[in-house]
Design a protein around this ligand. Structure first.
Ligand code: NDP
Length: 314
């Protein structure tokens, strides 16, 4: 029997590339959890995924109602859940004004963090129920969360004392930012990725020993060609791929990044929990360090508890 994996945002970029590798291996059935059904179907066909090895299911992470609906639909399909990959993300680096999710949260934090937080929490029961030998919950991270060149280009991620997130809980929309500051689209994205990495570690601390599930994150490399940069100014979109290729040498093709994510899904050697995987220049995987903020257990606990309340779990 094939193993089954849910990948959010599998309609393009990294998610699609990983879906392709797994579906073509013949060992996996991929549930592509996507907001645009038709786009996902077309993408799967265009990259040559065997029809019997994938299913597209609707999921809009910017609506908590849609997340709950997705979980119900998935359960009704009767498939087991062996691995969940939280991959989808949005990025609004040039936005002057914030946009908001169905529940009124700033859209990048809502999509990248809160939607995935609810999804992962609800599907934990399904992962527990699987009898697969390598059950995994993977949250795609980002270098912007750690101490590197890219991470240090302003604006830097900083969740501060979480006053913006707490205020949202009380229905006060004083600031769309987690730290309560002024709106900055690039920072909101980085903040959301720090939340992703804190969430992965908090899952590990709370559930790894009890359940045996592997919780992991990864930095797939800089995939300068994906849709993530679609909102950026045209000059940036032209210069960014060669910059990454020749100057920072961090460039990775969508296909190679997809293989890395597929490795974290299925490679028996990458089964350690609580790890943030990265790849060195010899293309070998290694356990990377997180920035101080992204590895702060106290902050992880607070983000977890606040997020629980914001998505209606507590
Ligand atoms: P893409 O923009 O190509 O892919 C993002 C995916 O997320 C798309 O499939 C998109 O759907 C989906 N998505 C966006 N909003 C929602 C939503 N509300 N509900 C459901 N799905 C949604 O970007 P990448 O492939 O580059 O990004 C994938 C992951 O990799 C992200 O987590 C990103 O942070 C991470 N990453 C990317 C890097 C890079 O250099 N590109 C570097 C480090 C990390 P649709 O097709 O409908 O737009």
């Amino acid at each position: 029997l094939k193993s089954s994996v849910i990948i959010t945002g599998a309609s393009s970029g990294l998610g699609l590339a990983a879906a392709k590798v797994l579906a073509q291996s013949g060992e996996w059935h991929v549930i592509m959890a996507c907001r645009d059904f038709l786009k996902a179907e077309k993408a799967a066909m265009a990259v040559g995924m065997p029809r019997e090895n994938y299913t597209v299911m609707h999921l809009d992470l910017a609506s908590l109602e849609s997340v709950r609906q997705f979980v119900e639909n998935f359960r009704r399909s009767g498939r087991p859940l062996d691995v969940l990959v939280c991959n989808a993300a949005v990025y609004f680096p040039t936005a002057k004004e914030p946009t908001f999710s169905a529940e009124g949260f700033e859209l990048s934090v809502a999509t990248n963090h809160l939607g995935h937080f609810l999804l992962a929490r609800l599907l934990l029961d399904d992962l527990k129920a699987s009898d697969h030998s390598a059950r995994r919950l993977i949250i795609v991270g980002s270098i912007t969360g750690i101490n590197t060149l890219a991470g240090n280009i302003p604006p830097k991620a900083n969740l501060g004392d979480l006053r913006g997130l707490s205020a949202a809980l009380n229905g006060v929309q004083s600031s769309p930012m987690i730290d309560g500051g002024q709106f900055d689209g690039a920072k909101a994205y980085k903040d959301s990725k720090v939340c992703n990495m804190l969430t992965m570690q908090e899952f590990h601390r709370r559930f790894h020993e009890k359940t045996g599930i592997t919780f992991a994150s990864l930095y797939p490399g800089c995939i300068a060609t994906t849709g993530l940069f679609r909102e950026h100014i045209p000059l940036f979109r032209t210069l960014f791929p060669p910059f990454q290729k020749y100057i920072t040498k961090g460039f990775v093709s969508e296909d190679d990044a997809g293989k890395r994510l597929a490795q974290v899904v299925s490679d028996p050697y990458l089964s350690k929990s609580g790890v943030y995987w990265s790849w060195n220049k010899d293309l070998n995987s290694f356990e990377n360090q997180l920035s101080e903020e992204a590895s702060d257990p106290e902050k992880a606990k607070r983000v977890w508890e606040l997020s629980e309340k914001l998505v209606g779990l507590a």
